[in-house]
Design a protein around this ligand. Structure first.
Ligand SMILES: Cc1ncc(COP(=O)(O)O)c(C=O)c1O
Length: 446
């Protein structure tokens, strides 16, 4: 590459070739790129000098919005004092401090945190802990993992095996063996335009009884679900569904794992979805909002009895043969601690519960716009489902997405479903603006 300024490099199409972009139509994007070059508060800045309202908290991760000096300072200070230290048979204080601090916002009984580098790693970690837990207790027959159709659990082999999105699975071979799936809970006929949790569908959890009868409950290690499925287009759990899943797991000694990578850190109006729904899993995964998205990090929270089951045996035994070079990375921990301060100072972990009625009203105001077939919401999340254009699913969604970007708002689309998850710092005017831009884009899109 010739010597030039960063912005020259970033805007020259020729220089876009090297970065093989994730989950992106690379050729389409590079022919007509959308570049973000700055961020502050609830806005991004585009390379053509426009403010772009962040309707998605980045990628469901910048829960407090953007541009915090406290986080930057904490990261800088940590880099200058201890930039990296291993967590294998060595320790550094800030990782212990961060884990202790996280305990204080977790549901009671989750006093142990395993650090990872991402949501995908958190999922693999939780699945492995579940398998090893049963083995440690002499129930080594429990090797099956149960996911759910339309579930998204990241992109590791564990996550795509229990996940239920066909394009994330079909290209990658036979995946993990011994995996089965619950049915998803989405039903437009019964539940379209539900506000909050839909009335119909709790019985869909009973499919776990069928799976247990089919395979033998003693072969099943764990069930993993997102409390609210995000990436597959915002599927809100029917009333009573998660409770029923918990009951069936209890009846059969199956662990329940909540994947809280998007629901964690205030998205629903409580620190975690388990607190919001009043259903306690055995393990739950997090990432994203853990550091406000500024540095990659994940964490798996384990109930005490899960953790304690590993702590027998001789003192010099490694209890869990698992971990990452970056587990408990000191700089990510510094970002995470500063993030928790910001969440606390602004009451952000519960703020969504106060914004939710306003949010619900605004979002459901889009009912009746052309091609809108469903609107769903919970906490500070919304899904707006559009009818697919004849013969080209996803095309209408993509056109709405690009129209919003041109009009100054970042939304996310999965096929023809718009997903919104703005920063928890959003104000009423931001909600109005976001919904206004989206409504206009939908109205103008064929
Ligand atoms: C529920 C859920 N689990 C796991 C992941 C994967 O996280 P990451 O992309 O950090 O690996 C995501 C990402 O969107 C997610 O929504």
């Amino acid at each position: 590459m010739s010597v030039g300024t960063l912005s020259e490099a970033a805007t020259s199409n020729r220089d876009l070739e090297a970065f093989w972009m994730p989950f992106t139509a690379n050729r389409q994007f590079k022919a007509d790129p959308r570049m973000l070059v700055g961020a502050n508060g609830v806005h991004y800045r585009s390379d053509d000098d426009r403010d772009i309202l962040d309707g998605t908290s980045g990628l469901w991760c910048c829960n407090a919005g953007h541009g915090y000096k406290e986080i930057a300072d904490a990261v800088h200070e940590q880099l200058m004092s201890l930039d990296y230290a291993p967590s294998f048979q060595m320790g550094h204080p800030i990782a212990f401090k961060f884990a202790e601090r996280l305990k204080t916002i977790a549901p009671a009984g989750f006093d142990h945190v395993f650090f990872t580098g991402s949501g995908s790693e958190s999922v693999d970690t939780a699945l492995k802990i579940a398998l090893a837990y049963h083995r440690a207790r002499g129930e080594g027959t429990r090797t099956r993992l149960i996911g759910r159709e339309r579930g998204y659990h990241g992109v590791g082999f564990g996550g795509i095996s229990v996940g239920g999105i066909v394009n994330n699975r079909r290209h990658f071979g036979s995946l993990l063996t011994g995996v089965d799936h619950l049915p998803h809970t989405h039903n437009l006929e019964r539940n379209a335009h539900s506000r909050g949790q839909p009335e119909w569908g709790a019985h869909l959890a009973d499919d776990l009884e069928r799976i247990a009868a089919l395979h033998g409950a003693e072969t099943i290690a764990a069930v993993i679900v997102e409390p609210v499925a995000g990436s597959t287009g915002v599927l809100v759990p029917p009333k009573g569904y998660l409770q029923r899943l918990r009951e069936i797991c209890d009846r059969h000694g199956i662990l329940l794992i909540f994947d809280e990578v998007i629901t964690g850190f205030g998205r629903l109006g409580a620190p975690f979805a388990s607190q919001f729904f009043g259903v306690t899993p055995d393990l739950f995964t997090t990432a994203k909002g853990l550091t406000n998205g500024v540095l990659p990090m994940g964490a798996v929270f384990a109930q005490n009895q899960i953790h304690d089951a590993f702590m027998g045996g001789p003192d010099n035994t490694i209890e869990l043969f698992h971990g990452y070079t970056y587990s408990g990375h000191p700089v990510a921990c510094a970002a995470g601690l500063a993030t928790l301060e910001i969440y606390e100072r602004g009451d952000l972990l519960t703020r969504a519960s106060r914004l939710a009625p306003l949010w619900e009203e605004a979002i459901h105001g889009l009912k009746g716009e052309r091609n809108v077939v469903d609107i769903r919401n919970i906490g500070l999340i919304a899904g707006i489902e559009l009818a697919a254009r004849n013969g080209s699913p996803g095309a209408r969604g993509y056109d709405v997405f690009t129209a919003c970007y041109r009009a100054g708002a970042l939304i996310r689309v999965t096929g023809d479903i718009v997903a919104l998850s703005p920063p928890l710092t959003f104000e009423e005017a931001d909600i109005e603006k976001l919904v206004g831009i989206l409504g206009e884009a939908i109205e103008r899109t064929e």
